[in-house]
Structures are given as structure tokens and as C-alpha cells.
Ligand binder design. Sequence first.
Ligand SMILES: [Zn+2]
Length: 113
Amino acid sequence: MKKQCKECGSLMHGRSDKKFCSDLCRNAYHNKRTAILHPAVKRINRALQKNRSILALVDQEIIPKEELLDEGFNFKYETHRTVLENGTVCHYVYEQGYMQIDAQTIRLIRSKT
Ligand SMILES: [Zn+2]
């Protein structure tokens, strides 16, 4: 059975595991896929970068949640979280962390790195 190039559809001979007729087609195919991902990835990356720099610029350990919101912090975006033995959730944006003390108050976690 002859295979078709995933990009241009031309029939291919030779190695049966080939997906593209040429490097040009392979690159074109992958570039398109990257372009499709871009808007969402860029938007979320921007939000993470912003959250990270807001946390990095805070010079106190305890801060009202409201102040972070005023700075444009978006609590929806974090990179990972850990849960302490007492059940407290530590949220991280890269190396910057925080935990919620109560509904209005945030405690920042200063990591050593
Ligand atoms: Zn092709």
C-alpha cells in the first residue's frame, strides 16, 4: 500500500514509516501545529509571568489578597502546588509560592532557590 504525505498528500515510495515526502513538508506541518497552539500558550505564559513578577516584587510576607488582585494577579494561574501535612495548600508560580491564611489574606513562601 502506498502512503501519502501528511502535508501535501503526494504518494510516497520507500520506507513505510515515513509520514512526509520531504523535510520541507515535515517543517510546514509542524509549523502549522505550533501556530495553532500559540495564542493559548502565549496567553497563559503571559499570565504566569505576570503572576510571578507580582509575587517577586512583594516585600512583605503577609499581604491582603485584595492588593495582589489590584496588581493584576490572577489566582487561576499557577504552575504547581503542594499540600502540607496539616492540609494547607501551597500554590506556586515557578519558584514563587503563597498560601491562603484566610479568605482575605495571603502568606508568601520564599523559597531558597
Ligand atoms: Zn509532502
